[in-house]
Design a protein around this ligand. Structure first.
Ligand code: NAD
Length: 354
């Protein structure tokens, strides 16, 4: 069994669905079901005995310790986090509580469990911490991409809280020997992403006839990776990563925000055209005041992961984004449940899984 935290969120749910599609090893999923946790993402598994869901907080060390002792997983994959930069600017407290203190509590429980294991089970145990490229700060136009050696320079409360978590994970390996792995990944997109993030927000607003808000000049550059490729990278790191190591994960796919939005509008113009006489969805774009402290450019060098573990992204941006738009168009009920708040009732909506 593997133990996943935050498995009802965007990446965690994609990871669990892929994991159980590829094999039969059961998953214990601990998720607090914050606003970002959505059991509809896992609807396909609602009668699947290989998925064990527990609603709870990673900061509850006694609960985590009990789950570890009861289920005796061979690995723990830590996705749970507060993940939205804008929310971290408006109200950072939850980011400190979950991303820093929660990760610390999880590490302490995992360390005690791991220290109690013996022999091969102990040496095989892994703690995989899922983190972000945002810990490295921002790049100028000609700067080389982030490598695992780039100095940390987080600029938002979200990035700072993830940086702190990364340091705690590192320290737990160096001080106590816990076999940790850390991945720092670029921007993900794909099915089941909460519609506050750029791509699902733009799709939802476009279809609802609402403005498409672009921060500042829209020239901010991000590296975009299809979520399925991130999940494949995590499986590879779990299988073959060296304990104590950090692996950058990225799509080698730098794009300006405005170009991503244009690509979405163009796909929607074809797949879900506005009224016959109406202009493109691009006409709904409005520029709004930039996010405070907005990082200008992220770019990730994933060469270490490629060289050492043989991982490379499979999806091109063109195929990944077309798949993503198709999914959101087909899963209107998934989005409607979020818009109405019904998703918080925890009743999986049949057919919503990718
Ligand atoms: P998300 O916000 O969609 O999901 C987070 C999940 O964690 C939710 O299900 C939520 O209920 C759960 N959670 C939050 N606080 C919790 C707590 N205290 N205890 C238990 N569960 C809790 O996030 P995501 O986009 O899926 O990101 C997953 C991880 O990947 C995060 O650690 C994030 O920092 C990292 N990451 C995300 C991206 C991206 O582009 N989305 C890129 C790189 C790294």
């Amino acid at each position: 069994m593997i133990f996943v935290t935050g498995g009802a969120g965007f990446i965690g749910s994609n990871f669990i669905l892929d994991w159980l599609a590829l094999g039969d090893e059961p998953v214990l999923n601990l998720d607090k079901l914050t606003y970002a946790g959505n059991l509809n993402n896992l609807a396909r598994l609602k009668d699947d005995p290989r998925h064990l869901f527990v609603q709870g907080d990673i900061g509850n060390r006694a609960l985590v310790a009990r789950l570890l002792e009861q289920h005796r997983p061979r690995a723990l994959l830590h996705f749970a986090a507060e993940s939205h930069v804008d929310r971290s600017i408006d109200a950072p407290d939850d980011f400190i509580a979950t991303n820093i203190n929660g990760t610390f509590a999880l590490l302490e429980a995992a360390r005690a469990y791991w220290q109690g294991l013996a022999g091969a089970r102990q040496s095989a145990f892994r703690f995989l911490h899922v983190s972000t490229d945002e810990v490295y700060g921002t790049l100028g136009p000609g700067d080389p991409a982030f490598t695992e050696r780039t100095a940390y320079a987080p600029n938002s409360p979200y990035a700072a809280s993830k940086a702190a978590a990364d340091h705690l994970v590192r320290a737990c390996h160096h001080t106590y020997g816990l076999p940790t792995l850390t991945s720092n990944c670029s921007n993900n997109y794909g099915p089941c992403q909460f519609p506050e993030k750029l791509i699902p927000l733009m799709i939802a607003n476009a279809l609802a006839g609402k403005p498409l808000p672009v921060y500042g000049d829209g020239q901010q550059v991000r590296d975009w990776l299809y979520v399925g490729d991130h999940c494949a990278a995590l499986r590879r790191i779990l299988d073959a990563g060296r304990p104590g190591e950090v692996y950058n994960v990225g799509g080698h796919n730098e794009m300006k925000n405005i170009d991503v939005i244009h690509a979405l509008c163009d796909l929607l113009d074809t797949a879900a055209p506005r009224a016959a006489s109406a202009a493109s969805y691009r006409s709904q774009i409005v520029h709004v005041a930039d996010r405070p402290g907005h990082d200008r450019r992220y770019a990730v060098d994933a060469g270490k992961l490629q060289r050492e573990l043989g991982w490379a992204p499979a999806a091109s941006f063109a195929s990944g984004i077309a798949n993503t738009v198709r999914w959101y168009l087909e899963q209107r009920a998934w989005a409607a449940d979020i818009a109405s708040g019904a998703y918080r009732n925890g009743h999986p909506h049949a057919g919503a899984a990718p």
